[in-house]
Design a protein. Sequence first.
Lengths: 139, 139
Amino acid sequence: MINDLRNKLAEKGLKVTPQRLAIYGAIVKLNTHPNADKIIESIRKEHPNIATGTVYKVLDTLVENGLIKKVKTEKDVMRYDPMVESHHHLYCTSTDRIEDYIDKDLNNFLREYFQKKEIPNFNIEDIKLHIHGKFIDKN
Amino acid sequence: MINDLRNKLAEKGLKVTPQRLAIYGAIVKLNTHPNADKIIESIRKEHPNIATGTVYKVLDTLVENGLIKKVKTEKDVMRYDPMVESHHHLYCTSTDRIEDYIDKDLNNFLREYFQKKEIPNFNIEDIKLHIHGKFIDKN
DNA sequence: TCTTAAAGGAGAATAAATCTTATTTAAGAT
DNA sequence: ATCTTAAATAAGATTTATTCTCCTTTAAGA
């Protein structure tokens, strides 16, 4: 997983640095679509003097190179997702919990639906569902 | 339209103030899912000394009372939508343009789809599609 | 090992949004 | 019509997430 990242960075001509590995590793390990703050908090345990600016810059670099994705929220903080394959999100309406929702059948349906029913003057590149509601298990 | 707002504010026990009417009016008139800045810019023509804090507070009040909605973006600025009925959005991937997408057939399909195929441990309240792509008319 | 462009560290700067406090006002009561 | 008062606004300081600047360090190829 971290080795995947090594390879992908190298492929793109980007340097493989401990900071980049740590940041990516933290996002994967946390597995909560963390924001920059949570990532920094997690990384500082092992890597006490990583600069916040570095974290933001690395996050941007990873997003630009398609190695992670930004997740939109109602709040004014960005969150980050290590899964780059197209998928959807479940948003809790009472906490800030966000979970992945993967549904191939739905994706197939949507592809066909919008092949038939074109949207005037608009060229679709990607569709993401934001599914809002409440998790009903142990929070 | 502004009169609707008067009534809805009154119903909720909120005062009908010129600021609230102006802010709501600006969002409707601009019709671009504007951010707070654009709203302020538009309002100051008529209402030169409205405070920015007031605008943010009014926006919050309107959102809390279901009179407008927040629109999520990739950027770290909130935008606002005067249409409160459930609908979807088209997001331009090269500009910050956002348009409404209304599709009853799709909504019906989604309702049925998720009635059959429940999401484990999750209670759906609302589903919004974020449709990313490019507008192909005159920008 | 050397070279160098790319990346990181530190902390200042910016921008959106929030908060504080004093003042004003909408709207019901008198 | 005026009075009263809780709610709302103005002004501007503050906070918070993010970006920027500049100098130092380092990854990776020569």
